[in-house]
Design a protein around this ligand. Structure first.
Ligand code: VGL
Ligand code: ZN
Length: 199
């Protein structure tokens, strides 16, 4: 089914950073496969002069989610390292709004709605300033930051679309990604693909 983009729509790309793609510290299997569809979505949103948000995981070296601090993950996305930079090949628009999260030692922040822009505005504040009512979400990882960003978006009343060709799961348990997708849909998310988008 085609989705016609219009004023009030925004693209939100979650944590598409070097450490989450193969070769990175916390590589999501096939995480690099989302770069092409995400770039496709970026091109379409740019064509429609619609806002583009990029969230990033941006941890201090002693973040509470790291194994050496008793957390579940190997150290990843440490502030100002190459691993925390946006994935090579991602077509980051100059005017993209960067939302940074996980900056404090704790707690863990899986949702883009817990992050802020360079001026300290939250994602929700920025979306409201731009009169956004529908958000289109892609990025990494399906079973963590994408899941939590989508659920928060729905809870805050945004019509929320999941770009299924532009997400991949960590799958600590093999069906985590599938279960995350089911949860998002149960809460009202609408699955679509970058190929279905047009302005
Ligand atoms: C993420 C694990 C730890 C994510 C971030 O972006 O999905 N996952 N930190
Ligand atoms: Zn993290």
């Amino acid at each position: 089914m085609r989705v016609s983009l219009k004023k009030g729509d925004a693209l939100v790309i979650v944590d598409l950073q070097n450490d989450f793609v193969p070769g990175g510290k916390l590589a999501v299997p096939q995480g690099d496969h989302v770069i092409r569809p995400v770039n496709n979505a970026i091109r379409i949103f740019r064509g429609g002069r619609l806002p583009i948000f990029l969230t990033r995981d941006w941890h201090p070296v002693n973040h509470s989610s790291f194994e050496d601090q008793g957390g579940p993950w190997p150290p990843h996305c440490v502030q100002d390292t190459q691993g925390a930079a946006f994935a090579s090949g991602l077509a980051v628009p100059e005017d993209a709004i960067i939302i940074t999260k996980g900056v404090r030692t704790e707690p863990d922040e899986y949702s883009g709605f817990q992050g802020t822009d360079a001026d300290g505005n939250s994602l929700d504040e920025r979306l409201k300033q731009l009169n956004v009512t529908r958000i289109f979400i892609g990025g990494l990882a399906t079973d963590y930051c994408v899941l939590n960003t989508v659920l928060d978006g729905l809870m805050r009343g945004y019509e929320t679309y999941v770009l299924t060709d532009a997400i991949r799961a960590v799958n600590v348990k093999p069906d985590d990604g599938e279960k995350a997708m089911e949860r998002m849909v149960q809460h009202g998310a609408e699955p679509t693909t970058t190929e279905s988008l047009g302005v």
